[in-house]
Design a protein. Sequence first.
Length: 471
Amino acid sequence: MAWGSDSADTRLHGTAIADSVIDLIGNTPLVRLKRISELEGITGVLTMKMETTNPGGSAKDRPALEMILAAERDGLLLPGGTIVEPTSGNTGVGLAIVAAQRGYTCVFVMTDKVAPEKVSLLRAYGAEVVVCPVAVAPDDPTSYYKVAERLTHERNAFRPNQYANPANPQSHYNTTGPELWRQTGGRITHFVAGAGTCGSITGTARYLREMNPSIRIIAADPVGSVFSGGSGRPYLVEGVGEDFFPAAWDASLYDEIIAISDEVSFLTARRVSREEGILIGGSGGMAVAAAIQVAKSAAPDDIVVVFNPDSGRGYLSKVFDDGWMANFGFLRECEQCVGAMLASRGETPELLYVNPSQTVRHAIDLMRAHGVSQLVVCKNTPPFANAEVSGAVDELDLMDAIFRDPDVLDTPVDRVMGPKLPTIGIGQKVELAVEMLDSAPALLVLSGGRPLSVMTRTDVLAYLQAVVDDG
């Protein structure tokens, strides 16, 4: 099914000329992941739904158009109106494309986790972009949800609200599901997709289940997202996972939820791009990683479809940048790297931390007990894998604060903590650590995107001395 223009030029009848770019949304191709299947020993048919061929380069073109058409029908969006939406980028592009064709202006609210090229892309479409901090609760006034609410009221705008708008899953029920059924000749057995707003997986699943109730639906989810049992943060992959359950979430439709780490998601994206010649983003890598797990246990006659939401072109400064990947501990730049230095300390010490609400007195006791001079301050612990680093405390700063006001001892740490420690990846060069420690008392070492250990000048000195002594 495709959306037809309501102003089609009769002169185009009988031609292959689309009346507008809107008419090019949907009917995306399905392609076999042949090399990945061979390398992974997959005997069934593993295929990818290529949403990158939509005009905006992503699956979000589908709900963007459906939400605007529904708003027009319901009188919620009038000619010359304004659209406000919080988005990680792709929904914004889809809305901007439709808005350009139908005469609306757009304001998009994004988090600072989003790749900078996505901000530039939306501005290229003529949209206004407001960037908000990601490390805040959904009900915080500065969160991108709350900022979008405020702007909607101030601008007397229409907010599509993709997280709650029934037109989001309906667009995939109307188009994606029927396309997959037709493209596989009704033989699809598994559908794997990332869960974010849940529009694509829920809408597609509803249609497929009506056609064949035995089709298995698998949701891929970032480690840390609430869908797979996490707290909602932190994770680095964009556009999927959540810290709340959106309206389109329908657990009764999903046979399995597979949690995939940032590291596996990003490395899989790079692998698919390199081995299949299909440039995909981190969320696509996450979905493919889950689909590989599913396909390995599928029967030879099964057809597994993985939903690829967008292109890797929006992530060139992150997923496909070796420096960015190395800084988060996803890549190793050399053999004699930060990881080797940590290994020289013996068993890597457990990362010590305090919670923001714990007292300065507790932090000092922890420092004295373990002989350290810095502690990271983390939220959402335990487990530490789901912790969010919010700052750090240093013994010199604490000493100064207590000297000036002894009552500081029994105040929460977050009132006196300093900024976050600079980060370095476990696979980065020791010489980089030496350079960074020239202006910082300690570094936070990351491995797989997660905090691993604090590294001090003393650690580097001990390592360099050992290297020299060993000759």
